[in-house]
Design a protein around this ligand. Structure first.
Ligand code: FES
Length: 282
């Protein structure tokens, strides 16, 4: 069993776990993910690691309890754990040649952006961070980001905290104000990443996105995580999770993510697992 050694409730439905997984912690790099199962009949849940501690032998995951399986996960307490944790999977974030970046996080995507943004800052890259949430109650990791990046901007859709508006508005304003970025990194719901890419395209700024997808084996064999990038089939588990956002077929991803919505609703109401497929935590 992979034991939970620390649990934090970040908001009413967002949970932070530190999990004992020394072999994964030893090899993990920012941007990589793991696949977890609570029990042998459980869904396989792919989650980008929010951090790792080689000395303690732990990895950190942050997720939102939105479906049947993530609600089961959220009910776990310190001392309990996961039957399987597989990883680290995927390619790590690349930082070569970067001097100044803007990282944009939406919702739980902010937790996944945390090791990327702070890791880049620690490597000497100037990092502006734009965090977007629906409302004040959902704001997470504010103090942690403040300590780990150069400039932090928070937006809420309803204006209940930070600046009213969307991350796209703030990013556009920062660029229009003359801030020059070598790269923008966007992590969050596909619809947000799609529109961030639409903004940066106008200014010709390279934009890297971290994709989540339906996953089964996590090794490039099953085809479950296929996405179309630059007109070609790519697999999030082995070719990603990070891709050039300007070349991603966003409409296909958004349509596929909605595919199992009905089954998820049924699983939740009948208290059963969905066979086979998995979902992410947007
Ligand atoms: Fe099977 Fe990626 S999860 S190919």
């Amino acid at each position: 069993m992979y034991k939970i050694v620390n649990k934090k409730q970040l908001s009413h439905d967002m949970v932070w776990f530190d999990i004992e997984a020394p072999l994964i912690a030893k090899k993990a790099k920012p941007g990589q993910f793991v696949i977890l199962r609570t029990d042998e009949y459980g869904e396989r849940i792919p989650l980008t690691m929010a951090g790792h501690d080689e000395e303690k032998g732990t990895i950190t995951i942050v997720f939102q309890a939105v479906g049947k399986s993530t609600n089961i996960m959220a009910a776990l307490e310190v001392g309990q754990g996961f039957k399987d944790v597989v990883g680290p999977l995927g390619k790590p974030t690349t930082t070569e040649g970067l001097k100044r970046v803007c990282v944009v996080g939406g919702g739980t995507g902010n937790a996944l952006a945390y090791p990327i943004a702070t890791g880049m800052h620690a490597a000497g890259i100037q990092v502006d961070m734009v965090m977007g949430f629906k409302n004040k109650d959902l704001v997470i990791l504010e103090e942690e980001f403040k300590a780990g990046v150069d400039n932090l901007y928070i937006t809420t859709d309803d204006g209940s905290y930070g600046e009213k508006g969307f991350t796209t508005d703030k990013l556009k304003q920062l660029i229009e104000d003359g801030n020059k970025y070598d790269e923008v990194i966007a992590v969050g719901p596909p619809i947000m990443m799609k529109f961030i890419c639409a903004v940066t395209k106008n200014y010709d700024i390279k934009t890297v996105v971290s994709l989540t997808a339906l996953m089964i084996d996590g090794t490039g064999m099953c085809g479950g995580c296929r996405v179309t990038v630059d007109g070609e089939n790519k697999y999030v588990c082995v070719d990603g999770p990070e891709f050039d956002g300007q070349t991603v077929d966003w409409d296909e991803i958004i349509a596929r993510n909605a595919f199992y919505f009905k089954e998820e609703e049924e699983a939740r109401s009948h208290n059963c697992h969905i066979a086979g497929g998995v979902r992410h935590n947007d």
